[in-house]
Design a protein. Sequence first.
Length: 219
Amino acid sequence: MTTNDDVLARLAKIDCCALSDALDQLKMGGVVTGLTQGSGGGRVAGRAITVRLVAGVQTEGTSKHLCATAIELGGPGAIIVVEQRTGIEAGSWGGLLSMGAQTKGIEAVIAEGPVRDIDQAMEMKFPVFARSWTARTARGRIREQATNVPVQVGDVTVSPGDYVLADRSAVIFVAESEIERVLVAAERIVAKEELMAKEILQGVEIGTVMGANYEHMLK
């Protein structure tokens, strides 16, 4: 039986360009571009713990800061995905949250919205992907509405438990029910590209390697 760890290990070996090609081949969505990796060492793979933030003031007496519940639920193999689409410039994530997430072994955070304290995340080498950067606090501006509910990132609806792959090219989400066939398609594409790369290194002309067959390799 395939385990979650096996799937994540396979996913982590694939870059977002190859995974995007696989989704094109299968006529599926899931690719989000324009989220910048501000910190961390490159590609990350995991499963989504989602947080939705909305405009408003955190209720007085609320025991937890926004995103704290997601961190408490997380661990190795988890990626926190935050929706902050209010249009308000306010940090949906910050330095202490990065510290808390890294302490739990969480792989990364992906924020559809602004993030603050990116310099601190860089020092920690904790991977943070965000739509923009800010110094403005969430206090008095935004609050958490819910954890582990569907959220919107780019034009993709992300559900709790979706598989996530992110690198400097894109952030990609794949539903658990689709991950096996997407991985198989992506692995085939990677294998084809590795053969093409080998031919180039052996001196085969690039026009020969990337001829008409390249345009049809996803069929």
